[in-house]
Design a protein. Structure first.
Length: 703
């Protein structure tokens, strides 16, 4: 509640439909029910961060916060797939809270009260709120919906107050992370020497001849791999095979895909409803009652995209017309009615590069302005606006090349809006624009549009009928009941002509098994302490199938045993031996043609006239960075040594080399290197800090 009094004193206060979502604090019980048996166990730790145990209750409380926030944004209870994402967000927030807090303090990063006020009701409202504050009638960002809520918040019930406290904290945490990430991204720099090497690698071209002998040129039967050789390989490459908890299972799936009868019924129904929609007088009410889609009635604002399934099937739409039904990629039938098209508030699209001057005196501002004008001259000359935005931008848009999306004039500070709406064409504005936030280099990417479209969307999902599902479950249940162990599982599946599928080394935190989506319950069963090797499961209901599984093996975190990765290591050792056999047969041959004659049917000899030093793939061969480096390392007319790659053995001949021409300015490549490094830095630092903090994740035992 730290900012409520400040916010109430300011005009234009907002948050949209937050109040309606606050009661969702009462809906958290579903998080506990799947794990009630686990909560009775003495094992109550879901992980460890920076040496601190994270209890189940503490984690669930954080998940609940994120669940409520998600429910507030969407207006509905999240699905299990969405709950997985919510749990990950909650876990990451706990990591960031513990791992990054010390980093923020070292750097002096803070969020002031004034900044937080600006984030929720000022000129830089956070995207999470902007997305919620859209008037459904106008499709416009609306700043008038939260005054009543905030004015009554001090006397509201504790759940409402707790929700707003949580929002303040989340907004502040998010902004701190953005500041930290932006600081890391802008700390990257590539030298002119590095840029020159990058340019040479991208523009030095070799005319090469490539002999490729795949491993299958030597039959597997001609190579013997012993247990001792595989164990020696594992010992030598132990670091490659460190792993977390993993299990191997076999399973039989019983499809619950819609039948032909199911499909015919849905098609008939959607056709009937489409005709009714065509004649409906109240389109929004009709689709709200009959559509299975999440957004049955929408106002598409000027500049925003119409539904892809509509534009891909209809070239020109007309108000009052109904289109469809169309089948979508996810087996949904959809029809659209263009309820209305009208001219509204203009919206255009622009990008910017912000050079912040907040808190500076006039002398410091003059320095920043000079820098902005220098960069403006550069981007005018080379056209690399997006690269410059990532390199110099000092707000959240820097990571997306400065893109601000589509916006109306009143959405932005007056000086900025006036400048962009005065533009007569797309492109970079001729001079920097000063606002209270600093100096902006602005690029208008789309001219104003004014057409708004109201679209009624009628969706029906093609799903299996109860009869189809019941028949599939009957078969699965019968199979599970008659398979008391793995041997019976295999025998009965063979007798019934059911296909047994394998899933080896399934990670404890995995969500899917092969092509089975949302198979978390199967994985939890496999890793449960009470599940033993050879045990057969009951029937699991997944998205499109009933599944019965048997546990083949299970291993704990740490160094793997040879038995766990035997097939993988055997293939590696076999290929090493094949490579040596191929190399020995190629030895002494003076030309690529002579080498190809050794394996006339399997080997290939190709001419690559435009092989670049920066490449890591040889056309027609595959990933071969060592071979490419070797080709550029020999003299013209010479052959490389036979080189083993993952795809086979390669010998290259350098026919001719065209060095990169000297150029006077390498700034484009310097910018690209800086941008690429900036994009990697945030992730790399996050992973490094997690490693240093010794993050351990035991959530697979609970979810």
């Amino acid at each position: 509640m730290a900012l409520i009094k400040q916010i109430r004193q300011r005009t234009g206060l907002l948050i949209g439909v937050i109040a309606g979502g606050l009661i969702l604090f009462l809906l958290g019980g579903d998080l506990l029910s799947p794990n009630s048996t686990l909560l009775s166990s003495s094992q109550n730790i879901v992980g460890e961060i920076a040496g601190e145990d994270i209890t189940y209750e503490e984690y669930i409380a954080r998940v609940e916060e994120f669940k409520v926030a998600n429910q507030q944004r969407t207006g509905r209870v999240p699905s299990e797939v969405e709950m997985y994402s919510i749990r990950e967000q909650a876990w990451q927030s706990m990591i960031v809270e513990r791992v990054f807090k010390e980093e923020y303090e070292k750097l002096g990063l803070t969020i002031s009260d004034a900044e937080l006020v600006d984030m929720v009701q000022g000129k830089n409202i956070v995207p999470e709120l902007r997305q919620q504050l859209v008037n459904p009638q106008t499709g416009q960002f609306d700043k008038s919906q939260l005054v009543t809520f905030l004015q009554s918040l001090e006397t509201a019930d504790p759940a409402q107050q707790a929700y707003w406290n949580q929002q303040e904290r989340l907004f502040a945490d998010s902004r701190l992370r953005i500041k930290y990430d932006n600081m890391l991204a802008t700390s990257e720099f590539a030298t002119q020497a590095e840029a020159k090497e990058e340019y040479k690698a991208a523009n030095t071209i070799a005319d090469a001849s490539i002999l490729f002998v795949p491993f299958y040129a030597v039959a597997d039967a001609d190579v013997t791999v012993s247990e001792s050789e595989m164990q020696a390989y594992l010992t030598k490459n132990k670091s490659k095979f460190k792993s977390g908890n993993a299990a191997s299972i076999e399973y039989v799936g019983f499809s619950i895909q819609p039948s032909g009868v199911d499909s015919a019924e849905v098609i008939s129904h959607i056709n009937e409803l489409t005709n009714e929609l065509r004649a409906a007088e109240n389109d929004s009410l009709f689709v709200l009652r009959n559509s299975e889609g999440q957004a049955p009635f929408m106002t598409i604002r000027a500049g925003d995209e119409l539904p892809a399934n509509l534009t891909s099937n209809v070239s020109d739409i007309e108000a009052g017309q109904t289109y469809g039904p169309f089948i979508t990629a996810n087996s949904t039938y959809v029809s659209y009615k263009i309820s209305d098209q009208y001219e509204g508030t203009p919206r255009l699209r622009a990008s910017h590069i912000l050079f912040s001057t907040e808190g500076m005196d006039d002398a410091s501002k003059a320095v920043v302005k000079a820098q902005a004008e220098t960069v403006l001259a550069e981007v005018k000359a080379d056209g690399n606006f997006e690269i410059a935005a990532r390199q110099y931008g000092q707000d959240g848009t820097a990571q997306t090349g400065g893109d601000l999306g589509w916006f109306a004039k009143e959405d932005f500070v007056a000086e900025f809006a006036t400048a962009v709406y005065a533009a007569k064409s797309t492109g970079i504005l001729s001079s920097v624009v000063e606002t209270e936030y600093g100096y902006h280099i602005i690029k208008v990417t789309e001219m104003p549009k004014t057409t708004y479209t109201k679209v009624a969307t009628l969706e029906l999902e093609l799903v299996a009928s109860d009869a189809t599902r019941n028949e599939a479950f009957r078969k699965a249940d019968s199979f599970a009941a008659n398979a008391g162990n793995k041997n019976e599982f295999t025998e009965n599946a063979t007798a019934e002509n059911y296909r047994i599928l394998q899933a080896n080394n399934v990670d404890a935190n995995a969500r899917n098994i092969n092509n089975l989506q949302n198979a978390r319950e199967v994985i939890r069963w496999a890793f449960a302490d009470e599940t033993s090797t050879g045990e057969v499961s009951t029937v699991f209901e997944l998205d499109n199938a009933y599944v019965v599984a048997t546990l083949v093996s299970k291993r704990d975190e740490g160094d793997v045993k040879l038995a766990d990765v035997k097939e993988q290591i055997e293939a590696q050792v076999r290929n090493e031996k094949k490579a040596e056999m191929i190399k020995s047969k190629l030895a002494g041959k003076a030309s690529l043609e002579d080498m190809k004659a050794v394996y006339p049917n399997e080997a290939s000899l190709n001419e690559i006239p435009d092989l670049k030093l920066s490449a890591n793939v040889i056309p027609g061969v595959g990933f071969a960075p060592r071979a490419i480096g070797a080709i550029f390392g020999v003299q013209q007319g010479q052959l490389t040594q036979p080189i083993r790659e993952d795809v086979g053995v390669i010998v290259g001949k350098l026919n001719a080399l065209t060095p990169a021409a000297e150029i006077g300015d390498y700034s484009v490549y310097q910018g690209q290197l800086t941008q690429n490094a900036s994009q990697r830095t945030t992730y790399s630092v996050m992973m490094a800090l997690q490693d240093l903090a010794g993050v351990k994740d035991y959530r697979y035992k609970f979810f």
